[in-house]
Design a protein around this ligand. Structure first.
Ligand code: MF3
Ligand code: CO
Ligand code: CO
Length: 256
């Protein structure tokens, strides 16, 4: 197993800048998310924004992935491919996931958006998922186990009657797109590696309204959907472990 990289101050500075830009891209796109626009249009606007700020999207060409963002609507868990044929309609919920490369450093973040009036169940799923990420982040401090992140996320999601996707995980990030460790969202208490200052990684819980299972689209080989067609939501941040706790590097609105 590869080692978890402890980043140098110089690397942390680079990751901080890239993460900030990724976070800003999610804010920039918010006013464009409305009924009638295609997910391809949103992808293009984000590419333009990060390019104007000196970065590129890590996602384009990654493992053959064809677009710069992942945009996952309703029953899509993750890796939804932006398309001119996917048009937003009233009541849709969607996740937009952006990973920037700025001066060689990576920042990875995603959040949910809503179109018009969404159902109470959809709104609740989004709130619970956002709180799952917050609970996970709360576990981040030197000396704690990575497994406690997934433990608190899974416990809370289940208490609300939802399920946690176990087939996709968070990950180390910063000098590469996907580094060690794998950050599970359903792990057992006091398991996994120990957190140390200078580690940077994502927490990105995907929470389902119904069953936890995922199926990958046979035709495009990327789009992951819920097995029962019910809704899924996700939030993601890139986090640095500090001497005393954490810094949420992709939080540009001061939520953490
Ligand atoms: N940004 C996604 C993540 O959070 C990864 C997308 S990889 C892709 O890890 F190839 F699907 F784009
Ligand atoms: Co990620
Ligand atoms: Co991501």
């Amino acid at each position: 197993m590869a080692k978890i990289i402890i980043k140098t101050p110089e690397q942390i500075d680079g990751i901080r800048k890239s993460s900030k830009l990724a976070g800003q891209a999610l804010e920039y796109i918010a006013p464009f998310v409305k009924e009638g626009v295609s997910t391809e249009f949103l992808d293009e606007k984000i590419v333009e924004f990060i390019r104007d700020n000196g970065a590129i999207a890590a996602t384009l060409g990654y493992g053959g992935y064809p677009k710069s963002c992942c945009i996952s609507l309703n029953e899509v868990i993750c890796h939804g491919i932006p398309s001119k044929n996917t048009i937003l309609k009233n009541g849709d919920i969607l996740n937009i996931d952006v990973t920037t490369i700025l001066n060689g450093y990576y920042g990875d973040t995603s959040r949910m958006y809503t179109v018009g009036e969404v159902s109470p169940k959809a709104a609740e799923l989004i709130e619970v998922t956002k709180h799952c990420l917050a609970l996970g982040i709360d576990q981040v401090k030197p000396g704690n186990y990575f497994g406690n992140i997934g433990f608190v996320i899974n416990r809370y999601a289940k208490s609300k009657g939802f399920s946690v996707v176990y087939e996709f995980c968070g990950h180390g990030v910063g000098v590469d797109f996907h580094e060690e460790p794998q950050v599970d969202h359903t792990s057992r208490r006091n398991t996994g590696p120990i957190m140390k200052p200078g580690m940077t990684f994502t927490i990105e819980p995907m929470i389902n309204e119904g069953r936890a299972g995922a199926v990958i689209d046979k035709a495009d080989k990327w789009t992951a959907r819920t097995i029962d067609g019910k809704l899924s939501a996700q939030f993601e941040h890139t986090i640095l472990i500090t001497e005393t706790g954490y810094e949420v590097l992709t939080d540009v609105i001061g939520e953490y």
